[in-house]
Design a protein around this ligand. Structure first.
Ligand SMILES: [Zn+2]
Ligand SMILES: [Zn+2]
Length: 109
């Protein structure tokens, strides 16, 4: 929770001795609100699977392929990659993308 000085737009720094937010440039002081000194780390929302986008330009040369039958067209070769979809202590999910029709699916194992 950053707050800025109304006088000079500098970032106000918490001063523990005064219990206030202080501007070190012009000396402006402000009462600290409920949030106090604790600055919460921002919560990064994990992207959902449906939001995963494969960069079409990238794909092809660098992507590894596997002999996996495509559920849509039956082609036996697909690109694959790993995505950490849930908590870090869970194994990553394998995704496949058909080399022929471009159909993308995930491995549910
Ligand atoms: Zn200031
Ligand atoms: Zn296919």
């Amino acid at each position: 929770m950053l707050r800025f000085c109304p006088n000079c737009q500098s970032i106000l720094r918490p001063d523990r001795n005064k219990g206030k937010l202080v501007c070190y440039r012009c000396g402006h002081e402000e009462e600290i609100g409920k949030e106090g000194f604790r600055i919460k780390a921002p919560v990064v929302q994990r992207k959902k699977i449906k939001d995963i986008v494969v960069d079409e330009g990238d794909y092809g040369a660098k992507m590894p392929t596997a002999s996996v039958p495509c559920p849509k067209c039956g082609n036996e070769e697909a690109y694959w990659w790993l995505v950490q979809t849930r908590r870090a202590d869970e194994p990553p999910t394998t995704f496949y993308r058909c080399k022929k029709c471009g159909h993308t699916w995930r491995d549910y194992r």
